[in-house]
Design a protein around this ligand. Structure first.
Ligand SMILES: N[C@@H](CCC(=O)N[C@@H](CS)C(=O)NCC(=O)O)C(=O)O
Length: 217
């Protein structure tokens, strides 16, 4: 049975699952969640408590939460040690970084975006500044972490989480020049073929970015 992913090409968490699927060389159908496809929206509404995407369908199984989708792919489809190591402590380390990218990069990035979605003319600037400060703190921490992280073209749970988080976070709040390792790693991630394919598929939707998409990437 073919795997099916429900999501949107401009959605960061959809990228996260797609990068894993593509990195593991898995065939899947893509079902876009948009107003023209209410049948796909119905699937995501039926899967999780908040109707968020991505959702993976594997036969009778519906999986939600991008990290859980990647864990499932790793257990059932990707092959040993492809997306997550089988060694328990190494896997815990990866899950910890996955939480860093979701909670401390994707989270504040989304808060800024949400403020502009709420009212692009009159965002709450105090909230925006507070979220930007949290991004700065995460960026600085990641710069230190990267000193010990070998970026050798591997795609694990870490890269699946990091690529979309850093792609959009840098749009919202550019990574400063004084953090060269993080800037170089973001560029490296965007060059990985599964990530590059998500960037291209999302390109037609850039006009919808609430802060205005930068003329790069
Ligand atoms: N914790 C979820 C977050 C998913 C999420 O926030 N998805 C966004 C798209 S990137 C979404 O569903 N937005 C539509 C909505 O919130 O109704 C995950 O890891 O999959």
């Amino acid at each position: 049975m073919t795997l099916a992913l429900y999501g949107h090409p401009f959605s960061s968490y959809t990228w996260k699952a797609q990068i894993a699927l593509q990195a593991a060389g898995l065939d899947y159908e893509f079902h876009i969640v948009d107003p023209d496809h209410p049948e796909n929206a119905a699937v995501i509404q039926s899967a999780g408590p908040q109707g968020k995407f991505p959702v993976l369908r594997d036969g009778e199984n519906l999986l939600f939460e991008a990290s859980s989708i990647i864990e499932y792919l790793s257990q059932h489809h990707a092959g040993t040690d492809v997306l997550l190591p089988s060694e328990a402590d190494a896997a815990i380390g990866m899950r910890m970084l996955d939480r860093v990218f979701d909670n401390y990069v994707m989270g504040p990035m989304q808060e800024v975006v949400n403020e502009y979605l709420r009212d692009a003319e009159n965002p709450d600037l105090a909230r925006v500044e507070e979220a930007r400060a949290r991004l700065d703190r995460s960026y600085a921490w990641l710069e230190g972490w990267l000193q010990f992280y070998p970026a050798q073209g591997q795609i694990t749970l870490i890269e699946c989480a990091a690529a979309p988080a850093l792609f959009y976070a840098d749009w919202v709040h550019p990574i400063p020049e004084m953090l060269p390792r993080l800037r170089a790693w973001r560029a490296h991630l965007l060059d990985l073929p599964p990530v590059a394919s998500c960037v291209e598929a999302a390109r037609p939707y850039r006009a919808g970015f609430p802060l205005g998409a930068p003329d790069r990437d």
